[in-house]
Design a protein around this ligand. Structure first.
Ligand code: NAD
Ligand code: ZN
Ligand code: ZN
Length: 387
């Protein structure tokens, strides 16, 4: 079958690979009908999340069940399902305590300590050997472990485009807001108007925000934020984002700030500084948005870090967080906890997510999809691939 594999940074190819097979009694094989490229894939694509051997990428996928292992009771051949991006067993201590991304069983490199290149959490589809080495879903078919726990059936009345984002970006955006426990009327500022930021904006309204402010450096993405999420917008290239947020909030700061950018924030770091950061300090990317978020959140407010960071970082603003009394959450989204609620919101029409899709391409054109999504060309916001 055909699968999109990463060979080295910026080198992704559609290769012929072996078809996936049932390897354990709880596996299912899914024939993929739609899959998306995520901002997290870009960290691998750009080499900030290293992967030494060629690997099939993709953790946002859905399709039709082709075959199930002997212990899978909740799925059968022909079912149409969406699959959460974290791989979780469903019965370990963490899975039973609503912490599927900390599943103890899915990842051979699992460990309690964490740290650079060691002891990660639960496995993720198509996201390096460190995160379990499972092939991803940017392929014609994919093996899904623990198939009686993760996949959810979706109604035939909904298109792939309406439900595909239940695999990741909608639950991720939702998590960022849910962790802040809105009481109603809050001002929520969201750094990054990419797919994850846009989903967080939509989630903020549904969960009771009074104001939603989107920040980005891409004018066309800010335009998307106004159109699909009714956000007020700040172009961080034209304004100091902290000054603008303070101005807009009577000098209080935003009640909730979401970092939906991550370590690949575009910023003005010199080449030497960048080399030092990566080679000498093992520091990946930039804390630019974290600094701005901590400075612009109101005292006693909440910061949700959805954007991915992978290493230790010097100059983390812990003193500011302490002085301002800021609550904080960071992590991979526990998709399993929210997916049923969010499917209901889509079915009832309360949440609509397919309005962010800008490109639908055959799998063969996935390398082009990566290129334009990474460079933010062709006004690209979200790419869907059709295997
Ligand atoms: P994306 O790369 O399309 O979005 C990032 C956006 O940030 C872009 O629109 C970019 O223009 C903007 N940006 C860059 N520098 C900026 C700056 N200095 N200030 C403001 N905006 C800036 O990717 P995405 O798919 O939206 O993902 C966003 C982040 O969320 C990534 O780090 C991704 O890995 C992460 N993510 C996390 C989870 C999770 O479970 N926590 C799930 C999915 C994605
Ligand atoms: Zn993703
Ligand atoms: Zn588990």
């Amino acid at each position: 079958m055909k699968a999109l594999r990463i060979h080295k940074p910026k080198d992704v190819r559609v290769d012929n690979v072996d078809d996936p097979k049932i390897e354990s009694a709880r596996d299912a094989i899914i024939r993929v009908t739609s899959t998306a490229i995520c901002g997290s894939d870009l960290h691998m694509y750009n080499g900030l999340v290293p992967q030494p051997r060629p690997m099939t990428m993709g953790h946002e996928f859905m399709g039709i069940v082709e075959e199930v292992g002997s212990e899978v009771e909740r799925l059968k051949k022909g079912d149409r399902v969406v699959v959460p991006f974290p791989i979780a067993c469903g019965w370990c201590w963490f899975c039973r305590h609503d912490l599927p991304t900390a599943c103890e069983n899915s990842n051979p490199n699992y460990g309690p300590r964490s740290g650079l290149l060691k002891e990660k959490g639960g496995a993720l589809f198509g996201y390096t050997d460190l995160y379990g080495g499972y092939d991803g879903g940017q392929a014609e078919a994919v093996r899904v472990p623990y198939a009686d726990y993760g996949p959810r059936k979706v109604p035939d009345s909904l298109t792939d485009e309406q439900v595909l984002f239940l695999t990741d970006i909608l639950p991720t955006g939702w998590t960022g807001i849910d962790k802040a426990r809105l009481k109603g009327g809050e001002t929520v500022a969201i750094f990054g108007a990419g797919p994850v930021g846009l989903m967080a904006m939509k989630a903020a309204w549904v969960q009771g925000a009074g104001r939603v402010i989107a920040l980005d450096r891409q004018g066309y993405r800010l335009e998307t934020a106004r159109r699909v999420a009714d956000a007020e917008t700040i172009d961080v290239d034209d304004n100091d984002p902290v000054d603008r947020i303070l101005e807009m909030t009577n000098n209080m700061g935003a009640d909730v700030v979401v970092d939906a950018v991550g370590m690949e924030a575009e910023h003005d770091l010199g080449v030497l500084e960048r080399v030092q950061d990566i080679v000498m300090k093992h520091q990946g990317g930039s804390l630019e948005v974290i600094h701005q978020a901590v400075t612009s959140v109101r005292r006693g407010g909440f910061l949700s870090v959805l954007g991915v960071y992978t290493t230790e970082y010097d100059n983390f603003p812990l003193g500011q967080i302490m002085d301002k009394g800021i609550g904080m959450w960071a992590g991979q989204a526990p998709v399993h906890n929210y997916i049923d609620l969010l499917l209901d919101l889509i079915v009832s029409g309360k949440v609509k997510v397919d309005d962010i899709i800008t490109h639908t391409l055959p799998l063969e054109q996935a390398p082009h999809g990566y290129d334009i999504f990474n460079k933010k060309e062709e006004d690209c916001v979200k790419v869907i691939l059709k295997p």
